[in-house]
Design a protein around this ligand. Structure first.
Ligand SMILES: C[S@@+](CC[C@H](N)C(=O)[O-])C[C@H]1O[C@@H](n2cnc3c(N)ncnc32)[C@H](O)[C@@H]1O
Length: 285
């Protein structure tokens, strides 16, 4: 069911996930807060990079964070303890075999998980099953097709494309951000609202140059160097030139742009009977 996780679980990747989360907190999380006493499932919490923010923003919600990887759950437990957070329970679990009764949660949250799955609609359906009627799901994903930069570089675009191809070979989809609306509708959710969130970086924003362009995006592409070369998609010289050109965008005259997509949808009571609340009205004949 699950695609191979293309980024792997090594310490460098864990650090990149933490850098990504801390740089993007305001952009991605500022409008997500859950009410006191609500039960929230965070699916695919990884090393807890988003968990800490979720818990800070909703200190009175009861958050259950799961991940397939036992090692990631251990790291997330440490992150949560280090932040002195007491409203998060962590456990190892598979989205496709959730160990919770139907309709256990008021809300579901997942970030950068669907892109790694070969069956994202089935994953959303499995999550819908444990969501109460009227509950919400929030999904955040990137889309590597949205990356553009100055100076432009064919080598850099090809290196990004390597990531897209490798992820596709592993059963995932690095272009999934643009597909959140149809995926959620196909999984039976209603009131789907997708909000694109663009990160624009120039040298007047040194924190983003460092935290996003260098340590999040370019670090991610650099992280697939070995597998890209092994796959023969690009020659070593061309790939390294692509990476160098991505770093070139962090110089004084450089620009980097990327768009994330954040979707929120409802597990509608009526959708169960095949009539979602926001279904288009049928014309009277
Ligand atoms: C890119 S990481 C994102 C982690 C975290 N949400 C974040 O944004 O930092 C994707 C995570 O999804 C997890 N994952 C993949 N398939 C899963 C499944 N079937 N059930 C639970 N977790 C899964 C992986 O183990 C990995 O930790």
């Amino acid at each position: 069911m699950t695609g191979i996780y293309v980024h792997g679980y090594d310490p460098r990747e864990n650090l990149r996930l933490q850098d990504q989360a801390s740089t993007l907190v305001e952009l991605l999380h500022s409008d997500t807060t859950y009410p006191e006493g609500s039960n929230v499932l965070e699916a695919g919490c990884g090393v807890g990079a988003q968990t800490v923010t979720l818990a800070f923003n909703s200190p009175r919600a009861l958050i259950t964070s799961i991940d397939l990887s036992e090692a990631s759950i251990d790291a997330a437990t440490k992150a949560v303890q280090a932040a002195a957070i007491d409203n998060v329970t962590l456990r190892q679990a598979d989205i496709f075999h959730l160990p919770f009764p139907a309709e256990s949660f008021d809300h579901v949250f997942l970030c950068f998980v669907l892109e790694h799955l070969s069956q994202p609609v089935e994953a959303l359906r499995a999550l819908k099953h444990v969501l109460k009627p009227g509950g919400t799901i929030t999904v955040i994903e990137g889309d590597h097709g949205s990356a553009y930069f100055y100076p432009d570089s064919d080598y850099a675009r090809r290196a990004v494309r390597c990531q897209v191809e490798l992820q596709a070979k592993a059963g995932g989809n690095a272009l999934i951000g643009r597909a959140l609306y149809p995926l959620l509708r196909n999984a039976g959710f209603s009131e789907v609202h997708v909000s694109p969130r663009m990160v624009y970086v120039d040298s007047s924003k040194p924190d983003l140059v460092e935290g996003f362009t260098r340590k999040t995006f370019t670090a991610m592409i650099e992280g697939i160097r070995k597998s890209s070369l092994a796959s023969g998609i690009m020659s070593e010289a061309d790939f390294d030139k692509g990476i160098a050109d991505l770093y070139r965008t962090t110089e004084t005259d450089g620009i980097f742009c990327y768009t994330f997509f954040k979707a929120r949808a409802v597990n509608d009571y009526h959708a169960e009977q095949g009539t979602p609340r926001d279904a288009p009205q049928r014309a009277r004949l």
